[in-house]
Design a protein around this ligand. Sequence first.
Ligand code: SAM
Length: 339
Amino acid sequence: MENILEKAQKTHNLDKEEIIFLLISDGEKLFKLADKIREQYVGDGVHLRGLIEFSNICRCSCMYCGIRCANKEVSRYRISPDDIIKLAQKGVNSGFKTIVLQSGEDVYFTKDIMCEIIKSIKSLGVALTLSIGERSFEEYKAFKDAGADRYLLRIETTDKDLYTKLHPNMSFENRMRCLKDLKSLGYETGTGCLIGLPGQSVESLAGDILFFKELNADMIGVGPFLPHPQTPLKDCPCGSFDLALKVMAITRLLLPDINIPATTAMETISPNGRLIALKSGANVFMPNISGDDYTSKYEIYPHKSGINATKSGVILEIEEKLHSINRHIAKDKGFRKIK
Ligand code: SAM
C-alpha cells in the first residue's frame, strides 16, 4: 500500500493492478493522500457551480435512470428559454461564477435554441457548462462558438458489454466519439462513471480510472448507482459509498489538477457524504438552482438530495459548512489550471 501511494504521489501514474489493489484495500490512507494532493494542486477553495436542470424530457432509455423515456409515470417538464435565462440571472445574483445547464436528451432544444440561451447566459459574465447528452460535432462546435466553456458527459462505464446492456439503442462508440469531439473543440471536458452498476467489476472500475487519465479529462464526476423504483434495475442493490469515494480519490491521485465535484448522489447515500468527499479529493460543489418544483421532478434516482441555493441564507449555510472543514468558497470561475 505505502509503495503504491508513494508512486502515485511522485508520478501520478498507476497501472491497473495497483489501482485494483487500492480499490479493494482500506481507504483511510488513500483518502488522506488524495486530500493532501487536492490541497497542493487546487487549494482550499471550493468552486460552486449553480445547476439548472431545465428539462426532464429524454429520448433515451438508460436502464438505471428515473427519467428514461420508457418511464411513463414521470411528470415531465421543460423550462422555457426565457425562464432558463432568468434562473441563470438569479444564480449570478446569488454569487455563482459558473452556471451548469443539464437536461435529458430533449430534442426541443435545437442547435439554434441552445445557442441563443448560451449567448444570453454568457452575457451575464459567468462560465457556462453544458450537460445535455450526445450531439453531433457540428452542434458541439456551434455551442462552443456561442460561448459554452465546459461540457459534462459521463462515459458511465468503460466496460463495453455492460454499457451496451444498460443503454438500449445507444452506442459505446458514439459516446466515445462525443468525448473526443468535445476535447478536440477545446471544451473543458468532464466525464465520469457510476459505481455499483449490476455486473460491474473492480477491474472495470480500474479501467474507468485509466480512461479518465488517457482522455486527460478536466473534470470527473463519480457517484454510486441508486436504484429507481420505476426502472428495470429497481431491485438491484445500491452502489457503495466507500467504493465511490475510492474511485474519486484515486482519480485525484492520477489527475491532480482537475476539478472533481462532491456529487449529489454521494450526499443522498450517506449523511454528510459531500463533506466527506470534499475531504477525500473533491473541490467542487454543484448546488441546485432550478427551483423546488423542478428539482423534485428531475428524479433520476429517489430521494435526490437538493436544496435551492438561490433561497436566502443557503449560500451562507454552505459557507459555514465549508468553514467547518477549513475550506472556503472560491472567488474565481474555477477553470482548470494545469500545473
Ligand atoms: N442527458 C445527459 C447525459 O446523458 O449526460 C445529462 C443528464 S443524465 C440524467 C446525468 C447523470 O445522471 C448520468 O450521467 C448518470 O450517471 C446519472 N444517473 C442517472 N440515473 C442514475 C441513478 N439511478 N443513480 C445514480 N446516478 C444516475
